[in-house]
Design a protein around this ligand. Sequence first.
Ligand SMILES: [Zn+2]
Length: 259
Amino acid sequence: MEIIHSFEVITVILVGLIMGSFYNVIIFRLPREISIVFPRSKCPYCKHIIPWYYNIPVLSFIILGGKCHYCGKPISVRYPIVESLTALLFYFSFIKFGLTMAFAAAIVFGSIFFILFWTDIDTRILPDELTIGGSVLAIIYSFFRPDLSCKLALIGALIGFLIFIGSYLFFLKVKKKEGLGWGDIKLIILIGALFGPYKMLLIIILSSLLGILIWGIIAMIFKKGREYELPFGSFLGLVSLIFLFYGDKIIVAYNNLLL
Ligand SMILES: [Zn+2]
């Protein structure tokens, strides 16, 4: 029994590492509309195609000492970090849910939020493939899951859309600029459909607080908070990722706080 369990855990972590390597490709290419299957990965400096044995998650980075084998230029430490965090996501999903439908959902939606977190930081783009695609998946998932009805999923998506489109139009009219992007509006539809209206509202509140906190820190350190456009989608993605695992506990804690 014990042996089988550790075999499963190791398999889940290895699959997580391999998927993490793939997510690195998606994070870079999807916002730039480059195909995610072709061409093969190249060194950004010397353009040498990276063979599979120099592309093993985390391990290659360590063996190569964080440098390209061909030109010696540094490889971003982001790559092994994304790979390790993806493995952690897979591991957490397995430990928390076992081999259940909730496990598959945590992996699929967790991966979507994780990738959106990085694309928004890098490019301020939340690709439609993930936001619209994820919304469709969340609605389909609501037909099968025991903890959220299809009706609540649709209500969540609708309320999220109305709140964000309202704030978008408000900013446009009053401040004469876009406070939220269309990517954020599509992302909140996904969050509403996946978590239902109650958790979604709390996710919006916590993401906004996180945004204000980060904005304050940046303004203090760099004295240029006003010019820095915050990746609000990253905060939504990060808080949503945490809600996949601790949403129920956070809701209980929040209700206790109000009582
Ligand atoms: Zn190179």
